[in-house]
Every structure is written in C-alpha cells, then in structure tokens.
Ligand binder design. Structure first.
Ligand SMILES: Nc1ncnc2c1ncn2[C@@H]1O[C@H](COP(=O)(O)OP(=O)(O)O)[C@@H](O)[C@H]1O
Ligand SMILES: O=C(OP(=O)(O)O)[C@H](O)COP(=O)(O)O
Length: 397
C-alpha cells in the first residue's frame, strides 16, 4: 500500500482541508486530556510553515447528526491555537455561511477549525448518496485534502472516506507514523502475543474479537467489556455494562477460543459499586457473584495479579480500553495495574485509544514506558484485524 505524504502536495497559497481526530475528553468546556490535539499539531504546523490556508475538520463525541452545544469544538479551537502559537479561527457551522466566510478570509499560513462534523447527518450516513452530497459541500471548502485523523480511519464517514475521492490528497504525518508502528504488530509479532481489551465501546469492539482469536495467544478482557462475557458464561452481572443482544456472539468467542487454544482470560473479581460515581460505596466481590443492585466499575485485586501474570512473559502486547472507570480515582487501580505490567514488561507494547492514552497520562505514568501510544483504539484494533480501513484505503494512490 502506498500513500502520498505531505511532501507530495504543493500547498503554498492553497486551501487544505485537514481531517484530524480532535475527539478529546471534556468536563463541561474544560479539556481534561489534550493528547489528540497535540498529536495533530505537527501536520498542521508543517502546512502553516509551507504557506497553506489550513482548514481543520474533526468530530467530537457522538451528537448523531444534530447540533448540540455539549459537543462543540469551540474549546478545542482555543487549545489548538495555544499549542500552535497562533490564532485559530472558529466556524460555528460545518459547511454553512460561517464555514464559507471563515475559509474565504483565511490568509496564507492561517488556520481555521470547523464546528463538529457530526452535527451534519451526512457525515455518518449509511446512505451513500446522502454522504456524498455532504462530502461535496465539505470538499468545496478546499482545494487539497490531508487525512490525519488516525483515530477515525476505521469509520466510513464523509470526511474520512468520501472527501479524499474528490480532492487531490495525502496522508498526514500522524497517520503515516501510526501505520508504521502497527504494521510491526501485523507482520509476525513475537510471541506470546497478548491483547488486552476493556473500555466502554463494547458493541463496536466485540466485532474485532473473532478475528483477533486467529492471531493472538492470549486475550485478556476487562473494563466494561468483561460483563457481557461473564453473563454469556451464565453469571449475573447486576447493573454492569452489558451488551444483551451480543450474548450469542460472545458464547461463540468462548467456544472458538477453547477450540483454538487461545487463553481467554476474564476477571475473577471486580469492584462492585452501589451507584456510578466518584465516591460510590463499593466492595470487592467475586466476578461470579455480582449482586443484582451493583455495577462493576473496575477489576479487583486478584484480577490485577492474574492479568499481570499473563503479561509477564509476553513479547508483544496491544492494549485498548481502560480496565475500569479510571476517571474516578477509586476505580482507577485496575487500569494502573495493567499499565504498570506493560511498563515493566520487556515486550513490544502498544497502547491505543483516546481514553486509554488519557488514562496513562492522568495516572502520571511514564509515556516512554510504552513502545508506542496510539491515538486510535477502534482504528488500531481494526488495523490489527488486517482489514482495509476506509480512511486509509481512500488515501492510497
Ligand atoms: N466497568 C466499566 N463500566 C463502565 N465504564 C467503563 C468500565 N470500564 C471502563 N469504562 C469506561 O470506558 C471508557 C473508555 O472506553 P473506550 O472509549 O472504549 O476506550 P478508548 O477511548 O481507549 O478506545 C472510559 O471512559 C471508562 O470510564
Ligand atoms: O475516540 C475514538 O475512538 P477510540 O475510543 O476507539 O479511540 C475516535 O475519535 C473515533 O470515535 P468514534 O468511536 O465515536 O467513531
């Protein structure tokens, strides 16, 4: 696969649409981790230095095709400006009057950010024609396209998949760097090869497991992902996160793992809380005995030891998804334990995902303790499956 890079585009004096992944965690309007914004800066800076008029577009959260101030990118424009050391003009819509006006007034070397792409129903539409119509409008704002939102390259969305078909395009430096590292995991990874999965995007990420079971030696499942597995084994999980409609699929994974000799490791104990909250009363309970009125918000101490022992002799590790609700200190211990096991391991270790990377920083763990911290969770997982990702395929020559 070959992708053109920034060096192949003559950007001086031209409007360049950059698709970035600026999907950062927010507490109100406060950005609690700016890692993805920082990761987007080098490409934008390069374009600025080369005299482009830079139009950045991105999504935030999942507003589902409607404008919702809770998901506005305005705070991100401010932070991006601070990191770039220059003003970032903010368009209050995506392809409307504000976007067109903002883009028209851009001078060479200036930067604008459009409002959340997912305010527009066309962005994520499954209807090709609806997506294409929105893509036309977005492409109309620029002359060139740079795909640099690695965390979103697994999404067949207008800004990721359709727009590069309409404009001369190239991959940004972040996408090039991410792919280079992940390639190492797909081309004969050293064994034992262990994947650790957690987090809350259960439905999305269950899909990758069938394929991963053909590639890995061990699969450790924690976080919000674990409860659908425990339930599939016949245990009650109380009020824990559960993907009821995928229980049959998960039973299939348990069988396949057993047939193929993949060590599929589930929590043996969890922190079961009375409510979802930072100060929630909670106890350590066996994973097979979660009370009906409780929800599992972290893996327990015996599970932390078990997971660490399964990671100790690994030679390659990929980890996506926090082991618990790490945003609350009381439920961050499982995530810390897995992170520390990776840091002490001699394996080639990759952590992927917006929240997983944010957790590493929130817990003040050394980022250089990992071989690579990827900005994409779902994107990395789907890359590891060996699938052609829409946002990468669209950038190929
Ligand atoms: N047991 C759990 N119950 C509910 N949410 C959980 C649980 N464990 C982890 N999470 C949540 O998962 C979220 C991150 O999930 P996800 O988006 O899948 O990860 P990433 O962004 O790293 O790919 C975090 O906000 C965390 O609080
Ligand atoms: O946060 C993201 O993915 P991740 O949580 O898998 O790292 C990306 O911004 C993609 O967002 P989406 O999963 O809402 O499409």
């Amino acid at each position: 696969m070959s992708m053109r890079t920034l060096d192949d585009l003559d950007v001086k004096g031209r409007r360049v649409l950059v698709r970035a992944d600026l999907n950062v965690p927010l507490d109100g309007e406060t950005i609690t981790d700016d890692g993805r914004i920082r990761a987007s800066v080098p490409t934008i800076k390069t374009l600025v230095e080369r005299g482009a008029k830079v139009v950045v577009c991105a999504h935030l959260g999942r507003p589902k095709g409607k404008a919702d101030p809770k998901y506005s990118l305005r705070p991100v424009a401010g932070r991006l400006g601070e990191l770039l050391g220059q003003e970032v003009a903010f368009a209050t819509d995506v392809v409307g009057d504000s976007a067109r006006g903002t883009v028209e007034t851009l001078q060479d070397g200036e930067v604008a950010l459009l409002e959340n792409l997912r305010y527009e129903p066309g962005e994520e539409s499954k209807d090709d024609a609806e997506r294409a119509a929105f893509a036309e409008k977005l492409a109309g704002l620029a002359e060139l396209y740079v795909g640099d939102g690695f965390g979103a390259v697994h999404r067949k969305h207008a800004s990721v998949y359709d727009v590069p078909g309409l404009l001369p395009h190239a991959a940004g430096g972040l996408v090039v760097a991410e792919v280079e590292v992940l390639k190492k995991l797909t081309e004969s990874p050293e064994r034992p090869y262990v994947v650790v999965l957690g987090g809350a995007k259960v439905s999305d990420k269950l899909g990758v497991i069938a394929n991963l079971l053909t590639k890995v030696d061990r699969l450790l499942i924690g976080g919000g992902m674990a409860y659908t597995f425990l339930k599939a084994q016949g245990y009650e999980v109380g009020k824990s996160l559960l993907q009821e409609d995928q229980l049959d699929q998960v039973r299939g994974f348990l069988n396949t793992a057993a047939e193929r000799g993949v060590d599929l490791v589930l929590p043996v104990d969890v922190l079961a809380a009375v409510t979802f909250g930072a100060d929630a009363e909670h106890d350590v309970v066996a994973a097979t005995e979660i009370p009906a009125d409780r929800e599992g918000l972290d893996i327990g101490p015996r599970t932390r030891e078990l997971f660490a022992s399964k990671l100790a002799d690994a030679r390659t590790v990929f980890w996506n998804g926090p082991m618990g609700v790490f945003e609350f200190d009381a439920f961050s211990g499982g995530t810390r334990a897995v992170a520390e096991a990776l840091i002490t391991s001699e394996a080639f270790t990759v952590v992927g995902g917006g929240d997983s990377a944010a957790a590493v920083r929130k817990l003040e763990l050394p980022e250089d303790g990992f071989s690579h911290i990827s900005t994409g969770g779902g994107a990395s997982l789907e890359y590891l499956e060996g699938k052609a990702l829409p946002g990468l395929a669209a950038l190929e020559d």
